[in-house]
Ligand binder design. Structure first.
Ligand SMILES: *Cc1c(COP(=O)(O)O)cnc(C)c1O
Length: 465
C-alpha cells in the first residue's frame, strides 16, 4: 500500500474530524461570508508528480481554494434559483459519499440502493400529492430531468407514427409546442436531435403574464391536423414564476393526442403552500414532470427527479435500455435503473432527499416554503413602495423581478454590479418583456426578514452614493 494511503487509513478519524470542524465553521458563518468572488485562480498548475498526503492537500486547499468559496448556500444568495443545504440533507449527502453505493439494480444484483431510490420516489409522489402511477428516478438536475422526459416523449411520438426512433433514428419531424420553455428544455431538444428550432411558439397570455394563452394553444393544435405533438409547459417561469393553466391543458388532453411535459423545477413546491397549491391543480394528468431538489428542497447539488407515467414504461425502456443490463421478460420484474434513465453508474442521490423528507416532514417544508414566499412578498413590497424602483411583475411565488425607474440598461447593470460587489448579496440580471431587469429568487431556508431589510438598505445606500 502506498505510504500516504496507509497514513490516511491510520489517521482516518483525524482527517474526517478536520473536515467536520471546518464544515461546521463554514455553515455557522454563512451569513458573514462573501456572496461574490472576483478573484481568479492562480495560473500555475499544481504538480501531481508526487503525492503530498491528505493533511498537506487539505492545507493547500485552504490556502488556494477555500478563500474563494462564496456563500452560495447562505441566506442572501438570491441569484439564479439557488437552494441551500439543510442539516438533514447534508447528513444524507455525506452518507451517500461514505457508503458509495452504485445505484443500478432493484432486484437481484448487488446492493439495495435501487430500492432506496424507488422508496424515495414513492415518498416524493406522496409529498407532492401526486398519484403513484409515475416511474421516477434521480438525475443531476432539472436539465437532465427535462432531457430524460423529452427523450421518452420522442419515442412516444415515434410510436404514434409507427416508428422506433430509438433504434432507427429520427425520420420524421417532431412537433413541439411551448410558450416559455426554460433554456434547458431547448438544450434538451438539440441534444435529442429534435432540433431547438423546431418549437412552435404559443402566444403568451395577455397582461403581465408569462404563461401560455390557452386559446392560441388550441388554435396551434388544430393546425397540426391530428398529428401527435409534445407540449412543454411551465410550472414556474424563471423571471416571474408564472404557471400555465393546467386545468385548461387537462381538458385539451381529453380532446387531442399529445405528450404533456411540465417543467416544475422549483414551481412544484407551490404544492407545500395552502394558498398556492391551486397553481398545480390537475398537474397529475401530465405524462412527465421535472422537479429539482437542489433548489427549493435545499438539498446539496446535484439532485433532481424525473417522473414519467408508468403507462409509458415501454417507450421509456426502449429509449434507455442498456444492452448489457439484465432485461428478460417483464422489465418491471427484473427492474434495473440502467434501463430507465440515461446514466449507468450512479450515486445514491436519493439519500439526502430521503433524510430531508423524514427529518422535516410535509409540515416542516410547508413552513419553509411559505416563509420563502412571504419574504419575497415583503421584498417586493419594499421595492414597490420606493420611487427609485419599479417592480415588473407581481410577486407570484418566490421571485422578485424589478428594475430601476427611468434608467438605461447600462445603469441598471452597473447598479447590480455595485450591489453584488458589496459581497453581502448576490442577484442576477435578466431581460423581462424587453427591459433590463434584476431578479431575486428566495429559496433558502436560512433567509430571514432581517436579510431582506439588510439588502434593501444596501440598495438605498448605493442609490444615495
Ligand atoms: C433551474 C431550472 C432548470 C435547470 O435546472 P438545473 O438543475 O440547473 O439543471 C430547468 N427548468 C427550470 C424551470 C429551472 O428553474
Amino acid at each position: 500500500m502506498n505510504h500516504f494511503l496507509k497514513e490516511d487509513l491510520t489517521n482516518l478519524e483525524g482527517l474526517l474530524e478536520k473536515i467536520k470542524e471546518q464544515g461546521i465553521s463554514y455553515l455557522d458563518n454563512l451569513s458573514e461570508r462573501a456572496t461574490y468572488s472576483d478573484h481568479q485562480l492562480p495560473e500555475e498548475i499544481l504538480s501531481v508528480k508526487e503525492g503530498k498526503g491528505s493533511e498537506e492537500t487539505f492545507k493547500i486547499f485552504n490556502e488556494r481554494l477555500e478563500p474563494l468559496m462564496v456563500a452560495s448556500s447562505g441566506p442572501r444568495y438570491w441569484g439564479f434559483v439557488t437552494g441551500g443545504t439543510t442539516p438533514a440533507s447534508i447528513m444524507g449527502d455525506w452518507l451517500t459519499s461514505i457508503y458509495d453505493q452504485n445505484t443500478q439494480a432493484l432486484k437481484g444484483v448487488g446492493d439495495i440502493s435501487g430500492q432506496i431510490e424507488i422508496e424515495t420516489i414513492k415518498m416524493l409522489l406522496d409529498f407532492f400529492e401526486l398519484p403513484q402511477d409515475y416511474i421516477g428516478g434521480f438525475v443531476s438536475g432539472a436539465t437532465m430531468s427535462n432531457f430524460t422526459c423529452l427523450a421518452v416523449a420522442r419515442q412516444w411520438i415515434g410510436k404514434n407514427l409507427g416508428k422506433d426512433f430509438a433504434k432507427d433514428g429520427i425520420t420524421e419531424k417532431i412537433n413541439v409546442l411551448s410558450a416559455m420553455p426554460h433554456s434547458s428544455s431547448i438544450k434538451s431538444l438539440s441534444m435529442l436531435g429534435i432540433g431547438s428550432n423546431n418549437i412552435t411558439k404559443i402566444k403568451v397570455a395577455e397582461g403581465n403574464r408569462e404563461c401560455l394563452d390557452t386559446v392560441d394553444l388550441e388554435e396551434k393544435i388544430k393546425e397540426l391536423n391530428g398529428e401527435p405533438f409534445i407540449l412543454i409547459s411551465s410550472a414556474g417561469t424563471v423571471n416571474t414564476v408564472d404557471f400555465d393553466d393546467f386545468q385548461a391543458i387537462s381538458k385539451l388532453k381529453n380532446k387531442y393526442n399529445f405528450w404533456w411535459h411540465i417543467d416544475a423545477a422549483f414551481g412544484a413546491f407551490a404544492k407545500c403552500s395552502d394558498e398556492h397549491k391551486h397553481l398545480l391543480k390537475d398537474w397529475e394528468n401530465a405524462d412527465s414532470i421535472t422537479i429539482d431538489n437542489h433548489k427549493w428542497m435545499n438539498v446539496p447539488y446535484e439532485n433532481a427527479v424525473f417522473l414519467i407515467k408508468e403507462k409509458h414504461k415501454l417507450e421509456q425502456i426502449e429509449t434507455f435500455q442498456n444492452s448489457s443490463a439484465p432485461y428478460l421478460g417483464d422489465p418491471m420484474e427484473k427492474f434495473s435503473c440502467l434501463n430507465f434513465l440515461p446514466e449507468n453508474s450512479r450515486r445514491l442521490k436519493a439519500l439526502p432527499v430521503w433524510f430531508s423528507m423524514i427529518a422535516y416532514g410535509k409540515d416542516g417544508f410547508k413552513e419553509m416554503i411559505e416563509k420563502s414566499i412571504s419574504l419575497s412578498q415583503y421584498f417586493g413590497k419594499l421595492i414597490e413602495n420606493d420611487n427609485n424602483f419599479e417592480i415588473l411583475a407581481p410577486v407570484r411565488l418566490n421571485t422578485v423581478c424589478f428594475t430601476l425607474k427611468d434608467q438605461t440598461s447600462e445603469q441598471v447593470l452597473e447598479f447590480l454590479e455595485r450591489l453584488n460587489q458589496t459581497k453581502k448579496v448576490f442577484l442576477t440580471p435578466t431581460i423581462y418583456k424587453g427591459k433590463q431587469a434584476i431578479r431575486a429568487a428566495l429559496v433558502n431556508w436560512r433567509t430571514e426578514s432581517s436579510d431582506v431589510e439588510l439588502v434593501f438598505n444596501l440598495m438605498q445606500e448605493l442609490l444615495r452614493k
